[in-house]
Ligand binder design. Structure first.
Ligand SMILES: [Zn+2]
Length: 234
């Protein structure tokens, strides 16, 4: 059985990589708040403006969602937001090296990246593409890539209730268990008005998760490949 840690990894600076405005709140909000509350500088890179959301598509949705993201970032204590213009629903068609370079540029100076678990939590192809690109950026920068993950029980309950292929992990696949306060996350979720109408999933998921969140480590640099960290002999 894997070792379980209940401590938040200590980081001065963390970059979060997401696909759509609202992922940082609906999904990673409580984890992001846990970091900002202990003084970690959290920067966000969001690869699309969410302009093709099936929940109220059309009009100036991209602009509205950019404003909602600004509101949510403030609620979560996020320092900077890089909102990029890759196509919502089309990240699979964007060159992977381009996405790796975009995430890498946003994460310059950070000690770790945080993104979704493999499978994208909801199975969304954009989420899975971001995970793939974040791992590429982690390798390039030689920093760990952490992932927000659901437990198998929560994912299974969500699959039963909603027609969404949520993917969860068994206990031995989860590296960190966090006790979280959801106050900031709930405030951030409320910023995303365009995505809340007729969408019971964010609150249902939080109810099932209770006060716990889980992280996995998707990539950790090999210290033997980094001469700067090798021991000096006197
Ligand atoms: Zn999303």
């Amino acid at each position: 059985m894997a070792q379980h840690h209940t401590d938040l990894p200590r980081l001065d600076q963390l970059t979060v990589a997401c696909a759509h405005p609202d992922d940082e709140s609906f999904g990673l909000g409580a984890v992001i708040a846990a970091f900002t509350e202990v003084g970690t500088q959290v920067d966000l890179v969001c690869l699309t403006r969410g302009e093709n959301s099936t929940l109220r598509a059309g009009g100036d949705l991209g602009e509205q969602r950019a404003r909602e993201l600004g509101c949510a970032a403030q609620a979560l204590g996020i320092s900077t937001v890089s909102l990029l213009h890759h196509p919502d629903g089309g990240l699979d068609e964007v060159d992977l090296h381009r996405l790796i370079a975009d995430i890498g540029a946003a994460a310059e100076g950070s000690q770790a990246l945080l993104t979704y678990d493999h499978g994208g939590i909801t199975g969304h192809p954009d989420h899975q593409r971001v995970t793939q690109a974040a791992i590429g950026a982690g390798r390039t920068l030689a920093i760990p890539v952490l992932a927000w993950a659901l437990t198998s029980q929560v994912a299974s309950a969500l699959r039963d209730r909603f027609a969404v292929p949520f993917l969860g992990r068994d206990e031995d696949e989860l590296d960190v268990t966090l006790a979280v306060d959801r106050t900031r996350q709930l405030a951030a979720i409320a910023c995303h008005g365009s995505q809340l109408e007729g969408n019971p999933i964010p609150h249902a998921r939080i109810e099932l998760q209770g006060a716990e969140e889980h992280l996995r480590t998707l990539y950790r640099p090999d210290p033997s490949e980094n001469p700067a960290s090798s021991n000096e002999s006197a």
